[in-house]
Design a protein. Structure first.
Length: 435
């Protein structure tokens, strides 16, 4: 985690103190269930809860771990220092370290997912507002970076809204996928602990019991979770790339808000660079680089090894903290994005009607001209616009072969801009529903 790209709401989830607090709750709830089953004395289970207001000393746990070389044992030793060695002797009864570690990790990922879902809601709200604001703001659509046909800025925002809304649904599914716990003991057979203990702990921690664990919760669940974060990051970059292209000096159809006192370059005072969206492109790469390691964690030896452990200690906080920061940054960019409708129209008209070529092509075929000949006639006149700066409509009106098939009024009608925006409301209804 890099503090520059982190928000405290998310980093708090991954602090050692938070982790130890979750470990404590898992152990205490397990003791309650064991006592209910008559496996351990109730007074011992109750004694564990006397530490509920304790502040677990991270430095002390680290000190113990330096000797034990085992983090869970170090924590249990420190817990016994709070509740008393005799009272704590039934803590961790029948459990294995992975019961605590894996269940805790999934609690943390679930909490992280809740923050990310809230982040996405904020971004979706900004995209929706800007979509309706610019529903009818006409701009040129581009394919291969080249002028294609007219669209609207509202449709661009709506497209990004739909993509992010799919990402939100995927994240909800990923949260459900990861919200399992396992208190099943060594190799997951429940030989030394009753399945009822797992059910109780999971219920208290907001989880579902893992269907079948080995000594660890299956890592295909985690692979799906991190893959979902990677897809969301890619969608985020998709938006950032569009903004970066729109902010290019030669285009300037939109730009990031440039605040008073902001500087764009240490060398060139005139610069207003798309620094936030460039940053978002980089952050998306950081999130995506956690996906392959998560996939590789799925294959573990037999019932357990710890090859996944070191990976998850890195990728879990890194991916969630980075994506949390990035989604909030993108929501701010969208909210304050400066739009230049006049530049959009100027860019679209730069090649004097050229973007209406398909309408003319279709009209010629409907008038009885073969598609091959119609394409030849339209392209012949289109190339004059590209190469000589001619006016496309004027060239068509001066072309005898074209006017033999289409009247001047019919040619004129093919340059009606409203033709290209007539289904905007239909598309909006599909994306946003009835408004």
């Amino acid at each position: 985690m890099i503090p520059r790209y982190a928000r405290p709401e998310m980093t708090d989830i991954w602090e050692p103190a938070t982790k130890f607090r979750i470990w404590y709750e898992i152990e205490a709830h397990a003791c309650d269930a064991q006592a209910e089953l008559g496996v351990i004395p109730k007074e011992n289970a109750e004694a564990v809860w006397t530490a509920k207001d304790a502040v677990f000393d991270v430095a002390r746990i680290d000190e113990i771990e330096a000797v034990t070389k085992h983090d869970v044992i170090a924590f249990l030793t420190h817990l016994a220092e709070h509740v008393g060695a005799d009272q704590a002797r039934f803590v961790h009864q029948g459990m294995t370290s992975s019961d605590v570690l894996d269940t805790c990790l999934n609690v943390q990922l679930m909490r992280a997912a809740d923050l990310l879902i809230a982040d996405m809601d904020k971004l979706l709200a900004a995209l929706k507002r800007r979509a309706f604001e610019h529903k009818d703001t006409v701009r040129i659509g581009r394919s291969h970076g080249i002028h294609a046909e007219p669209t609207t800025m509202g449709l661009t925002f709506a497209r990004f809204y739909a993509e992010m809304e799919r990402g939100r649904r995927r994240l909800l599914a990923a949260r459900e996928e990861i919200a399992t716990g396992a208190i099943s003991g060594a190799v997951g057979t429940f030989a030394n602990i009753d399945p009822a203990v797992e059910e109780h702990v999971c219920r208290q921690m907001g989880l579902k019991p893992e269907t079948i664990s080995t000594q660890v919760i299956p890592r295909d669940r985690h692979a799906m979770f991190f893959a979902t974060l990677g897809v969301i990051a890619s969608s985020m970059e998709n938006i950032a790339i569009e903004i970066r292209h729109m902010q290019r000096t030669e285009v300037l159809e939109a730009e990031e808000f440039f605040s008073k006192g902001q500087k764009g370059s240490s060398a060139m005072p005139h610069k207003r660079n798309p620094v936030l969206t460039e940053n978002l492109t980089g952050l998306a790469r950081l999130v995506r680089m956690t996906v392959v390691p998560a996939m590789e964690n799925v294959a573990l030896w037999h019932e357990r090894d710890i090859s996944h452990s070191s990976v998850e200690r890195g990728i879990a906080p890194d991916a969630t903290v980075t994506l949390d920061f990035a989604l909030n940054r993108l929501a701010g960019v969208i909210d304050k994005l400066v739009i230049y409708p006049e530049n959009m129209l100027a860019n679209m008209n730069k090649f004097k009607g050229l973007v209406m070529s398909q309408r003319v092509l279709l009209a010629l075929t409907q008038a009885g001209v073969s598609r091959e000949d119609a394409y030849r006639l339209v392209q012949r006149n289109a190339m004059k616009v590209w190469e000589q700066g001619k006016d496309f409509k004027e060239e068509l009106l001066a072309d005898a072969e074209v006017t033999a098939a289409l009247s001047p009024a019919e040619i004129e009608e093919k340059f009606d801009l409203g033709y290209h925006t007539k289904h905007v409301d239909t598309i909006f209804a599909r994306v946003f529903g009835a408004e």
